[in-house]
Structures are given as structure tokens and as C-alpha cells.
Write a protein that binds this ligand. Structure first.
Ligand code: SAM
Length: 231
């Protein structure tokens, strides 16, 4: 049984996908996709030997060796330019996912969709997509086993069209689609962030000479959260 988190990631792959799953661990995602779609093919990339072995075993268990190639290597080094049409990177921190994308960006020129599921700091990915000319086309937020997960989907395109000029910074942080959808997990995340930020601000104020710029930024973010929670 695939986690709801990875099932939602899989929903963002087109029929007949030919994708790379970087940091595939047990290769649960590519196995699920290929078992449900006979046209799908994948490269499962892993940098660590243990997860690489688990991925190989899982692929063999399902007899999918012809359609899922498990490769050992760092980030996007495991794929050739033009080899895959979609890239998935899930279950890591936003900054690590961003670094993997950034170090392998020459491999992304023919990629028509990137699906990422950062465990923390989705802002770093929105920022990277924006700077690199990828348009955010959708976002989802879900709750599973007490954790909140965000999924971001980007494609080549004009990155500014999904942001509103006046609320750019707020959308870059909280997500333009998530702000629009206002789902329960999103509200829950905002409530948690609000609590964390209240604590941070109270700590900062106790400091001998608080960093006024940082304090101002925290207060601005608290205000954005309150705008969401007031609705
Ligand atoms: N993607 C799966 C998921 O979402 O359930 C597994 C997530 S697991 C927490 C992260 C995996 O990424 C680990 O198996 C780790 O070995 C792998 N990893 C970390 N950095 C990597 C890199 N630079 N290149 C490839 N794999 C990496």
C-alpha cells in the first residue's frame, strides 16, 4: 500500500510517463506507477548503497527490471540529458531538493514537468523555480499520520504568471495555489507556523539587541498568517 503522500505525487505524472525518481529509496513510487500504467518507464536514482539495494530488490520483486532502471549516483547525474520527460524528488528538505535540481539543471532542458515534495522549506523551491524559468502549475497540501506534506508541480513557462505582484512575497512563502485553496491541512500548517513565529518573536525580543530587520520580517510573516486564519 503506497502512502497517500506518494500516491498524490504519482497523480501528477501523465499517462505513459518516462520519469526519473531521484532519491527513490525503496523505489515504491516508480513501482506503483509502472504497475498501474503499462506504458510508464522510470529511472530510480539513489546515492546510497542501502536504499539502492532496496530499490533493486523491489523492482525485481515486481518483475519490472525492463521498465525501471535503478542507478547508483548523486542527484541528476544518473540521467542523460533528454532521457526523461519528468523528474520527481520527494521526501527530502527543500534546500536539498533545490541543490539537486540546481547541480543538474543542464539535464532539465527537455524535462516537461518537475514534481517535488519537500518536507520543509517549500519557499526555497518556489524561489528556485521562479529564478530558473519554471512556472508553478499546481500545489497540493495533505496531512498523513500527523505530518503535513506539500507537493509542488512546475513546468517550463513564464514563472511570474502564477504570482500576484502585490502579494508576491507572501505567495512565494505560503504558495499561490495553497493560499487560493485554503484547505484544512493548509490552515493547520498556518496555525502551527503562527505558534512557532510567536515563540521566535518572543525570544528575539528578549535578546540584548534584537536584529530589527529579522524582527520586522517575522512580524510581517505573522501578519500574513493572520490574514489566512482570519478568513
Ligand atoms: N523519495 C522517497 C520518498 O519520498 O518516500 C524516499 C525519501 S528518503 C527520506 C530520501 C532518499 O534520498 C534516501 O534514500 C537518500 O539516500 C536519498 N538521497 C539523498 N540525497 C540524495 C542525492 N543527492 N541523490 C540521490 N539520492 C539522494
Amino acid at each position: 500500500q503506497l502512502s497517500q503522500r506518494l500516491a498524490r505525487v504519482a497523480d501528477y505524472l501523465p499517462k505513459g510517463a518516462h520519469f526519473a525518481d531521484i532519491g527513490s529509496d525503496h523505489a515504491y513510487l516508480p513501482c506503483f506507477v509502472c504497475l498501474h500504467d503499462l506504458e510508464a518507464r522510470a529511472v530510480a536514482g539513489e546515492v546510497n548503497q542501502g536504499p539502492f539495494d532496496s530499490a533493486k530488490n523491489e523492482v525485481e520483486k515486481h518483475g519490472l527490471e525492463e521498465r525501471i532502471d535503478v542507478r547508483l549516483g548523486d542527484g541528476l547525474t544518473v540521467v542523460q540529458k533528454g532521457e526523461v520527460e519528468q523528474v520527481v524528488i520527494a521526501g527530502m528538505g527543500g534546500p536539498l531538493i533545490r541543490d539537486i535540481l540546481d547541480s543538474g539543471k543542464e539535464k532539465l532542458s527537455n524535462v516537461n514537468r518537475i514534481v517535488v515534495q519537500p518536507n520543509i522549506d517549500s519557499r526555497s523551491l518556489r524561489k528556485w523555480f521562479y529564478e530558473q524559468g519554471f512556472l508553478l502549475v499546481d500545489e497540493t497540501i495533505i496531512e498523513e499520520n500527523g505530518h503535513i506534506y506539500e507537493i509542488l508541480v512546475a513546468e517550463k513557462g513564464n514563472p511570474s504568471t502564477c504570482y500576484n505582484n502585490e502579494t508576491f512575497e507572501k505567495e512565494m512563502w505560503l504558495g499561490p495555489f495553497l493560499l487560493e485553496s485554503q484547505t484544512e491541512p493548509f490552515i493547520q500548517k498556518c496555525r502551527e507556523e503562527w505558534k512557532k513565529k510567536q515563540y521566535i518573536v518572543s525570544q528575539m525580543k528578549q535578546a540584548y539587541s534584537p536584529d530589527e530587520e529579522k524582527l520586522k520580517q517575522q512580524n510581517k510573516e505573522i501578519q500574513w498568517l493572520e490574514e489566512v486564519l482570519r478568513k
